[in-house]
Design a binder for this molecule. Structure first.
Ligand SMILES: Cc1cc2nc3c(=O)[nH]c(=O)nc-3n(C[C@H](O)[C@H](O)[C@H](O)COP(=O)(O)OP(=O)(O)OC[C@H]3O[C@@H](n4cnc5c(N)ncnc54)[C@H](O)[C@@H]3O)c2cc1C
Ligand SMILES: Cc1cc2nc3c(=O)[nH]c(=O)nc-3n(C[C@H](O)[C@H](O)[C@H](O)COP(=O)(O)O)c2cc1C
Length: 574
């Protein structure tokens, strides 16, 4: 039986003995016990104790020397929370692997060190994976009351429960129970507004999404990515080809890179800007192409580099100060990004007014250029993010201190833009939902920021993390930022964008189907493949997605080649 700390204390379970606890549980489960009693574990095995689960992994699992011959297996080497029921499996697999290694290397005094080393090396990988999954599952149960019970409909609640460890994905569910999964896909697609049909059901990532007056044909976004190729902030042919190719590549929405509101707001001399009409005109040409030649919509991300400005383009040294022609930096406080980087000046109120007006002017130009959505960049340690994080905001005025004060200036900018941005077009805000550094913002803080932006009229929160503090320690891994999108979506009640290490359709389908986010932004995979969305559709056999009419003859061949490769792989596997 598992319960929250709050319920545990409220029922006085901390004050009663084992017999009292057993009686309490018998009462809770009386309906299923049907008059039977519960049996406690033997007292010499600590009995049936309430415990806060200790997740342990030993630093060393084996010793083999004159004095000691030890191999740890199972719970003695590592524990995994019961939420995914895998402790026994892990213990048995340890034993099987140890036996395998003895078979491979032989069981002599000389071979034993190699056997033990290989055993430990191999098993650690699997154990880490299972411990991760068990932690996800444990956390799901910990937040189910506040996050899912009242927000998700029963169908989606079930999907969320089944995929709680994030080890079981959408396609994995299909293998386990095809009929059930197709039923769920049908339910999801009808909720998303698609008509019921007997054809192959549309997988969640390919369902449409509407917010204010914006209709997206699917849930995939080309995440904002700086390409450092502008001159004087003006997007050129490179941007047209880069964004145009990705618009033709199937994503429902593509974002520009962080587009800067003044020359001093740029990260590098190669960044795009929207502080003059020439830039506005150049962007309009791109927007018109996207609208005229693709089914994609296009959004602008507006930002100000703050203390991370005046640096070199990525391939000449990311975050490194320019060797010459630097410009002065402003930030919430005088905290440089790199120890040897340029120190910014804390913003004065007059500068805050000026930058706010620059954001408003850029937003007006963006609206005139025809962008469908505007994202305000409040992440990654840039100017607005520097106000949000306590690591970079040491102000003692009303813009520093608690969460509301730190959010005051970013919210002021947001509201000023919202006032001029067309009513029927949505706005999103990108947050660093975790600073991954001691004393920095945590996902709980991000939740509060998301609430405040929602009150200010934000339609979407784009949930990124990090890059605020140079000495941060992100825990990378598949879908590593998705838990932030999940938390904010389901605890604040606002649509979210998941981003970060989402690299295949199966990931995106799992995230969207489970209601962990409404949209998925994909960055680096789109650098490798502009048509990522079309190609992923083909990989999962989703033939009904349309290709640009100019490219249609490439589609059946591409699909047939994939099918052939799959058939060969399957026959090879046999
Ligand atoms: C409430 C609960 C629910 C669980 N649910 C699941 C589940 O659904 N699915 C699942 O796969 N796993 C589950 N587990 C985990 C699973 O029970 C353990 O991971 C698994 O039993 C570990 O096996 P083991 O052999 O490593 O350790 P153990 O099963 O703990 O075996 C260790 C043995 O060593 C003995 N011992 C200890 N000290 C000494 C000594 N000095 N000399 C001699 N003997 C000693 C102990 O008496 C014990 O018999 C659950 C665990 C708990 C507590
Ligand atoms: C080359 C490059 C440039 C980027 N530029 C921006 C940017 O301008 N604005 C932004 O918010 N994020 C930017 N990012 C971050 C991405 O939008 C995304 O959040 C991150 O790469 C994680 O997604 P991925 O794992 O799919 O790559 C950039 C990432 C890359 C790789």
């Amino acid at each position: 039986m598992e319960t929250t700390e709050e319920a545990f204390l409220a029922h006085g379970l901390d004050k009663i003995d084992q017999d009292g606890s057993i009686a309490f549980c018998e009462n809770v489960f009386s309906e299923v016990l049907e008059g039977h009693s519960l049996v406690a574990n033997a007292r010499h095995l600590r009995g049936s104790a309430w415990l806060s689960f200790p997740r342990l992994i030993c630093g060393k699992w084996t010793t083999f020397n004159e004095n000691s011959h030890v191999v740890l297996m199972g719970d003695a080497a590592h524990t995994a929370h019961f939420a995914i029921g895998s402790g026994t499996k892990l213990a048995l697999e340890d034993a099987i692997e140890l036996t395998n290694q003895f078979k491979q290397h032989g069981a002599s005094r000389e071979t034993i060190p190699a056997v033990l080393a290989a055993y430990e090396e191999l098993r650690r990988v699997d154990v880490a994976r299972i411990q991760n999954a068990a932690r996800n599952a444990m956390e799901w149960f910990e937040v189910v009351g506040s996050r899912y019970a009242d927000t998700l409909e029963p169908e989606q609640f079930m999907y969320s429960l089944l995929t709680r460890s994030q080890r079981i994905s959408h396609e994995n569910l299909r293998l386990r129970d095809k009929v059930w999964l197709e039923g769920y896909e049908r339910w999801f697609s009808q909720k998303a507004g698609l008509p019921a049909s007997n054809d192959r059901v549309t997988p969640p990532m390919f369902t449409p999404f509407r917010i204010r007056g914006l209709s997206l044909s699917n849930r995939i976004i080309v995440s904002p990515m700086a390409v450092y190729s502008a001159e004087e902030g003006v997007p050129n042919d490179f941007h047209m080809v880069h964004l145009g190719a990705r618009a033709l590549g199937g994503a429902g929405l593509i974002f520009t890179e962080m587009t800067c509101v003044s020359p001093e707001a740029r990260i590098t001399p190669g960044c795009c800007g929207l502080w003059n009409d020439e830039q506005g005109k150049a962007f309009k040409r791109i927007v018109d192409f996207v609208h005229g030649s693709s089914q994609a919509r296009i959004g602008i991300q507006l930002g100000h580099a703050g203390r991370k400005g005046s640096t070199r383009v990525a391939w000449e040294g990311m975050d490194q100060p320019l060797p010459e022609h630097n410009w002065p930096l402003v930030s919430a406080s005088a905290v440089s990004y790199l120890a040897d980087g340029q120190t910014p000046e804390p913003m004065t109120r007059a500068e805050m007014d000026q930058v706010r007006d620059e954001f408003v002017a850029a937003a007006r130009r963006g609206a005139q250029a025809g962008f469908d959505i505007l994202e305000l960049h409040c992440a990654h340690g840039y100017l607005l993010s520097s106000f949000l994080s306590p690591l970079t905001n040491h102000r003692t005025d009303e813009y520093g201190g608690g969460i509301e004060n730190r959010a005051r200036y970013p919210l002021e900018i947001f509201r000023a833009i919202r006032a001029v941005w067309p009513e029927d077009r949505p706005m999103s805000v990108r947050l660093s939902c975790h600073d991954w550094a001691e004393g920095g913002n945590t996902p709980d803080d991000a939740l509060e920021f998301a609430r405040l932006f929602k009150q200010a009229g934000a339609d979407l929160v784009d949930c990124s993390s990090g890059q605020v503090w140079a000495d941060d320690h992100p825990v990378y891994g598949r879908l590593y930022q998705t838990p932030f999108a999940d938390k904010i979506r389901n605890e604040v009640g606002i649509a979210t964008i998941a981003v970060g290490a989402i690299s295949e359709a199966d990931h995106a389908n799992s995230i969207i189907a489970a209601g962990r986010a409404d949209l998925c932004a994909i960055a680096r995979p789109h650098l490798a493949d502009p048509a990522w969305t079309l190609h992923e559709a083909a990989k999962i056999g989703m033939k009904s997605i349309s290709w640009p009419k100019q490219y249609v003859s490439g589609k059946p061949q591409y699909e047939a080649n994939l099918e052939r490769a799959a058939t060969i792989a399957a026959s090879g596997a046999k």
